[in-house]
Ligand binder design. Structure first.
Ligand code: IMP
Length: 199
């Protein structure tokens, strides 16, 4: 069975491939298509944005299973920002390093003592018949005082999961894939759809 993933984020794609590798699936991503124009992610929730990306890919791959995800970081002391703006917090084409630097700067300027944060993942799956399935996951933790580690992407370098003393980036991908928001959501998906999507 083919599963098409609606993402152009290589870090996310690697994680999805690892998380789904116990299913006998051929995994493809939108950037394998010669022509594909993603739609603007202008929703005001993770679910709205996950639907936008998944439906855009489904409109050109409607014979296969299609999976899309919107995810982000919510920082308690910043009124849950960057939230749905996580990918572009420091500007429309911001790099991960720029987003991390802006977040640490905002926490310093505003002297925010409450460093609690959570990652959220909202997954949307469409079957070839057009049924929609929703799965979510989260990972609690707090924001480090500086960026540390080489692995991962996004805010992995400044996020310390609850019960750990290292950033997600320092912990590495194998550990991240046991505990992450994305892993939680995909575990739920495999429980609900695994046999059907593999047949
Ligand atoms: P999306 O591709 O529009 O869902 O953007 C999600 C953004 O949220 C990413 O670009 C990252 O900045 C952030 N993010 C989501 N999941 C993770 C993660 O697992 N680690 C680090 N940052 C993440």
């Amino acid at each position: 069975m083919e599963l098409w993933i609606a993402t152009s984020n290589q870090g996310k794609l690697n994680e999805f491939k690892m998380l789904l590798n116990r299913l006998p699936l051929q995994i493809h991503a939108q950037n394998e298509l010669p022509v594909f124009s993603p739609r603007p992610e202008n929703g005001d929730s993770f679910l709205a944005n996950a639907r936008i990306k998944t439906k855009a890919l489904k409109s050109v791959q409607n014979k296969h299973w299609v999976l899309g995800e919107d995810s982000g970081l919510m920082v308690a002391g910043l009124n849950n920002l960057p939230g749905v703006h996580s990918a572009r917090y420091a500007g429309p084409h911001a790099s991960d390093a720029e987003n991390n630097a802006k977040l640490l700067k905002m926490m310093a300027i505003r002297q925010i003592a409450d460093r609690k944060a959570q990652f959220v993942s909202q997954v949307v799956v469409f079957s070839p018949e057009g049924e929609e399935f929703l799965f979510d996951g989260s990972l609690e933790g707090h924001i480090a005082t500086s960026a540390k580690g080489q692995a991962g992407f996004g805010y992995d370098h400044i996020f310390i999961p609850s019960g750990q003393s290292l950033t997600l980036s320092e912990l590495g991908l194998a550990k991240k894939n046991q505990i992450s928001h994305r892993a939680n959501a995909i575990t739920k998906m495999i429980e609900a759809l695994g046999p059907r999507i593999s047949s």
